[in-house]
Structure formats: C-alpha cells, structure tokens
Design a protein around this ligand. Structure first.
Ligand SMILES: [Zn+2]
Ligand SMILES: [Zn+2]
Length: 395
C-alpha cells in the first residue's frame, strides 16, 4: 500500500468513534424535506469548528462547503442527502428519533455523517489534495428533490465541477464492502394520476350509468398487458398501479374513480413514449364507454446512469484501499430513484452502494422500514472510498 493510502487509513481510523457519534446525533434529529434546519445547523457547526468555508441556505436548507486543493485545476463534487421520512420509528432502541413521526429510515443520517467525516479528513490532508472538493449537503431527496434547485442556484459552477460522487447505504451488502457498477443504477420514479369520470347511479341499473370502476378495471388490465410488451430482460420496466379510490356503497355506482401509480425504467427513449402509450389505452377505453378522463403524468428524477470510465477508476481506487474482495462490481440496477441523477446528467458521476448490513448483528432490514438501522462500522468504509477517490482526482 502506498504512503498516501496509509496516511488516509490512519486519518480515518482517528475519527472512527466520532463518525459513529455524528451519525447517532443526526439520527435523533430527523427532519423532512426542505425543513432540515437543525441538520443544517449541525453541519455548519462542524465546519465552524474546523474552519472550512461554506455557504448555507442553498435550495432553502442545503449547505455547500469547499476545500481548495494545491494548484488544483479540477473540482470534484461529493454529495450527501440530508432529509428524513414522514414515519414513526420503532422506539425500542436507544438513540432513536426525538422527532415524533419523522425518522431517518433511509440512512441519510449516515450519508451526512460520512460526508462530514470526509470533510474533516480531506481538510487535514489538504496539502496532498490535487483537486478542489465541493461538499454538497442536499435537502429534499425523498420529496421533490433538492439536486435540481441546487444546480439552478449554481452549485456546479465557481469553480466548475468536473465530476460527482455519491453513496447510499445498503443492508443487503455486508459492512466493509461497497457495490458499484457502470451504466444504469437507479430508475426514473415517474408518477401518474388518472381520473375516470363516468355517470353514477343505482347499482341495480348499470345500463343507465357509466360505471367508472368497470372502465378502470379494463384500463388497468391493458396497462399490465402493455407492461408485458415493453418489459425486456435487458430493458426492465415497471408499471405499478398503487392506489384506486372510488365508490362508497354496495349499490351505488360512483361518478368517478381515481387511480395513482408509478412508472420506472432506465431507457430514456422509451421513457418519452410511455405517457402517450398509456394515454392511448385510457382514451380507447373511456371513449368506448362514453366516459371522460383527466390524465396527469409527471416526469420525476431522470434515470441515474454511472459514467463508465469514472466507475472503472473509482473501483480501482477502492480495490486498492478496501481490498479487491470488498468491491462488488455487478448487481442489478435498482427500481428506486435518486435525484443525484440530475448531477449525473450534467457531469461524469458515480453513485455507489455502501454496504451497511451485518447478519450476525441482525442488521438486515430494508430501507424505509420502521426498525431500519445500519452497522455503524460502515461509515469508515464510506469515508475511505470518497477520500481515496478525491486524493487521486486531478492528478
Ligand atoms: Zn429513501
Ligand atoms: Zn435514500
């Protein structure tokens, strides 16, 4: 192992207890999207202690800190999402959420602690840094997304960002390991609302009515037939109807039915066509029955695509620092979404999974579970991976 990596390992070991403390402290003060005031205070206080310069209030509650490298010409952006989820934590554990109905069930407390650790380590070795580093603490990932507003407010400029790196904890990967792959890693989490407007009346006289429930059932069946057509092993697509709302009683045909759902995929070309393909199904079915419809299809975060070359470089750095066996280079892309995709659309980027599971300790719960937890030992691995890449960047 080279001298630089040994220096890095020592620096990360020195803050390993602090990393766990930070994660637990952040875990106790979870805040919803764009309300991350205490979390921002916490982050800024850490920077006040070290002397790292920062700007707060970016995209409302985001924080951007900068560390300048020696004679640096390139800039690397490192991103942590900082928001929590509107759900009640299982209160049986110590250090659980102090905010009722809000919980860090997606590990963004860990992401924040890792990036604070990265800042501290990189600041301590800044004389060896050949690039500028922008530390981006991004609000609102679980909601409408803070990445896009941060980009609008100029986070990719002054200095201009050349590449971006982010991580997400994952309990299906054991602590100590990371998982990274080139190409598609996260789907677009697009959404739709459909209202079918028929004609209500007595359930015993369906011929005098236009039953929106009957039409809805046909539309949904056709949606799934379309899914069978477009979903291919090398081009996975999800169409999920997740909510149907309409009707009140055994013998009353309602006027309206509302349907909500999600469409997820990685293929940008097909993504553009799907709303029309779905609307054609709706149009055909409602016309046949003489019903009306309202259709609202929303493109949410784009698919998240890892840059191939950067991915290779990042894997090589991690293999050297963490050991070849601790870098998993395959794995299927996820059907969840992440607005880090907006950064990845603009600059070469890598989004990787930080293994945070530990079967022996019983830490296997999925993201968004009310008893979600991680193995805190993973925090060190995250800091090593990000710092290792930053130290080689721009050389
Ligand atoms: Zn989440
Ligand atoms: Zn998340």
């Amino acid at each position: 192992m080279c001298v630089e990596n040994e220096m890095l390992l020592r620096a990360v070991n020195d803050i390993s207890a602090k990393l766990k403390d930070m994660r637990r402290e952040l875990h106790q003060i979870p805040e919803l999207a764009f309300c991350e005031e205490k979390t921002s205070d916490y982050i800024c206080k850490k920077f006040d202690e070290t002397g790292i310069t920062y700007k707060r209030g970016v995209a409302k509650t985001g924080v951007v800190a900068s560390i300048e490298g020696k004679n640096a010409t390139k800039t690397l952006l490192l991103r942590a999402d900082i928001d929590a989820l509107p759900m009640q934590e299982d209160k049986s554990r110590p250090d659980c959420s102090l905010h009722d109905g809000v919980m860090h069930a997606c590990g963004h407390d860990a992401h924040t602690a890792v990036l604070l650790g990265v800042a501290e380590v990189l600041w301590s070795v800044r004389d060896s840094l050949s690039c500028n580093v922008k530390l981006v603490f991004q609000p609102g990932e679980e909601d409408t997304g803070g990445a896009e507003p941060m980009i609008s407010e100029g986070v990719l400029e002054n200095p201009k960002v050349d590449a971006a790196l982010a991580l997400h904890v994952m309990n299906e990967v054991e602590t100590g390991k990371i998982r990274v792959k080139p190409g598609a890693v996260m789907a677009c989490p697009d959404e739709f609302d459909l209202k079918i407007i028929g004609k209500g009346g007595h359930g015993g006289y369906p011929k005098e009515c236009i039953n929106p429930i009957e039409i809805a059932s046909r539309i949904i069946t056709d949606f799934y037939a379309l899914l069978d057509e477009v979903n291919k092993p090398d081009r996975p697509v999800v169409i999920s109807v997740c909510s149907i709302d309409g009707g009140t009683f055994y013998n009353i045909i309602p006027n309206e039915v509302s349907i909500r759902g999600t469409v997820r995929l990685y293929d940008s070309e097909l993504r553009k066509k799907l709303p029309n393909m779905l609307e054609k199904i709706i149009k055909d079915n409602t016309e046949r029955y003489g019903a009306e419809y309202e259709w609202d299809y929303r493109f949410m975060f784009p698919p998240l695509i890892n840059d191939e070359k950067m991915c290779d470089e990042f894997s090589a750095v991690c293999a050297e620092i963490l050991g070849e066996d601790n870098v998993i280079k395959n794995g299927t892309p996820s059907m969840a979404g992440d607005d880090f995709a907006y950064f990845a659309e603009r600059v070469p980027s890598v989004y990787f999974n930080l293994g945070s599971g530990n079967k022996e300790k019983g830490i296997t719960m999925p993201l968004h579970a009310p008893d979600f937890d991680i193995d805190d030992d993973c925090l060190k691995t995250g800091v090593l991976a990000m710092c290792g890449y930053a130290l080689g960047f721009g050389k």
